[in-house]
Write a new protein. Structure first.
Length: 258
């Protein structure tokens, strides 16, 4: 059986409270051997830790403040994240970034949080998981200023253009996280990434959000990362086993360096 890594999934959220153990089993039956749980804010932290304790060999954790959780108290939230990072229990700074889709009220604070968390990535020598909804140009401006050799990471849930993908790869040496959007009928993503090498991709679900076809509109789960792998194999005209092998290697080199 092929082995897959779901590099971005929120399996600790209440959407899975009724069937979490069965959901993990389904993922494992599809070849998912490991997943990364990115934090959202202080409210999600206890839930994430509980899941890590319950499934220690299946789950790894990432720590950051999600941009949509950047509010008036963002400095307090960042302080909690920093304290957690000092424990050494996290494989990445994530998920962090800029989100201008829902609300632009705290855009300046999101920028400040972005700068702070990039600084942490350098301090702790950890990769970053970047959320970039309606904000590629704003993030590129920050990254052009803040990026230094050795800083690694992924643009989670990439849904941009080929030019944006090439900038991410060339200028920052970051990976592109591909999820359910790749399977959507109305997406241009398949065309945008068809000429990009698989060494630049990671697979993810962002569960419980963005379920792939044929489950679009329903709850997503880590088992469905296999559907993303199958679609990417179609796009790249190769076997799904090749996709699994290459993306697993990419995840291991980025997040699991030992």
């Amino acid at each position: 059986m092929m082995t897959l890594t779901d590099t971005h999934t929120h399996l600790y959220l209440p959407e899975f409270d009724d069937d979490r153990t069965d959901m993990v089993k389904r993922a494992q039956e599809q070849g998912v051997s490991r997943c990364i749980l990115p934090n959202i804010d202080s409210e999600s932290l206890p839930q994430m830790k509980r899941m890590k304790a319950e499934f220690p060999d299946f789950c790894e954790m990432a720590m950051a403040l999600h941009p949509t959780s950047v509010k008036e108290n963002f400095l307090e939230e960042l302080a909690i994240c920093y304290k957690e990072l000092k424990t050494g229990k996290y494989v990445a700074i994530g998920e962090m970034g800029i989100d201008l889709y829902w609300d632009k009220t705290f855009y300046e604070q999101q920028q400040q949080a972005f700068r702070t968390q990039i600084k942490w990535a350098k301090e702790f020598d950890l990769p970053v998981i970047i959320h970039s909804r309606d904000s590629f140009s704003e993030i590129f401006e920050l990254m052009d200023e803040l990026w230094t050799p050795g800083l690694q990471g992924v643009f989670h849930c990439f849904s941009g253009t080929q030019l944006e993908a090439e900038k991410i790869i060339k200028d920052y040496q970051f990976k592109l996280g591909l999820g359910g959007v790749l399977t959507f009928k109305n997406t241009t993503l398949r065309e945008e990434i068809k000429d990009i090498g698989c060494e630049h991709f990671l697979l993810e679900t962002d569960a419980p959000f963005l379920a792939p076809v044929p489950y679009r509109g329903k709850r997503n789960e880590s088992a469905y990362v296999s559907l993303v792998a199958q679609k990417l194999a179609e796009v790249k005209a190769c076997s799904v086993e090749e996709i699994a092998d290459i993306t697993n290697q990419n995840a291991r080199r980025l997040f699991f360096r030992n």
